[in-house]
Design a protein around this ligand. Structure first.
Ligand code: OAD
Length: 257
């Protein structure tokens, strides 16, 4: 980004207002004020757990009960959380600007909750592309079976873990683990939208996990701008036209509504 002195740096709200095609890329920080723990930083999930012990196919093959116990715990936390003002502001933006695509790395379902709260016809355009899957969908480890799943999980014994209702094999969370490929069709859709976007609004992500972090750079390559909302600096900050050092639930309603 070319250096702009503060006096002539455009205001985030004006940049968003002037844009017709917008990609909103979110990470764990957008849900922080809902009470969902982030992954990195103080109190982050990866401070107390090693990702490779819990969020890899190898970890699940080694000890599915332990992995399910961790996911059952996370599901319980998230089930008690609700969409916050940031999720609602983003959902309203998408409902009123049809060329908006919400792309999230989050598996908590809170963007979908905010979309559903809009009712029809706004909810469909406000539904996010969930790049890393969902905590509340399970899938078979052997066949193509999958289904939404919100029932409590009993991870006390291997025998009580959820099983595929089609072939009987062990079921697993339908989330993307380290070392696994993202859904390529969804990824292409995200990159295509980002390349064509006037603005990529990046909210609450440390931008260190690929390929998600590169989605914002695709907007730059396509001639658009990055606007970032994050209390701390990230690798995307030097590329952003505006970086707001603020919490999402405070900054976004003011910026988007
Ligand atoms: P991180 O935990 O890495 O980063 C959260 C970001 O949110 C940090 O940059 C914080 O500064 C910022 N943040 C904290 N509170 C905020 C607030 N109130 N408002 C705005 N921002 C705030 O989470 P992600 O970037 O989402 O992947 O992590 C990316 C991926 O790494 C996750 O999807 C997950 C993880 O490993 C998988 O599990 C595959």
């Amino acid at each position: 980004m070319q250096y702009l002195p503060d006096k002539i740096r455009p205001d985030a709200r004006h940049i968003i207002r002037a844009a017709s095609r917008i990609v909103v890329l979110t990470g764990a920080g957008v849900s922080a004020e809902s009470g969902v723990p982030t992954f990195r930083g103080d109190g982050g999930l990866w401070k107390s757990c090693r990702a490779e012990d819990l969020a890899t196919p190898e970890a699940f093959a080694r000890d599915p009960r332990l992995v399910w116990e961790w996911y059952a715990w996370r599901r319980e936390i998230v089930a008690r959380c609700s969409a916050n003002a940031a999720h609602h502001a983003i959902a309203k933006l998408a409902a009123t600007h049809p060329e908006t695509l919400i792309v999230t790395q989050n598996v908590d379902g809170l963007h979908s909750e905010a979309a559903a709260a809009l009712g029809e016809p706004g909810s469909a355009p406000a539904m996010p592309l969930e790049l890393h899957g969902s905590l509340f969908v399970i899938r078979c480890t052997r066949c193509a079976w999958r289904r939404p799943h919100r029932e409590p999980i009993d991870a006390t014994l291997h025998d009580t873990l959820p099983r595929c209702e089609s072939c009987g094999a062990l079921a697993r969370p339908a989330v993307v683990w380290f070392g696994e490929l993202l859904n390529q069709t969804e990824l292409e859709r995200a990159f295509d939208a980002a390349r064509a976007a006037d603005v990529c609004l990046v909210v609450g992500t440390s931008a260190v996990v690929q390929p998600a972090a590169s989605i914002a750079l695709a907007t730059l390559e396509g001639g658009g701008a990055i606007v970032e909302v994050n209390p701390t600096e990230t690798p995307l900050s030097p590329h952003a036209l505006v970086s707001l050092r603020d919490r999402a639930a405070l900054a976004l309603p003011d910026m988007l509504l």
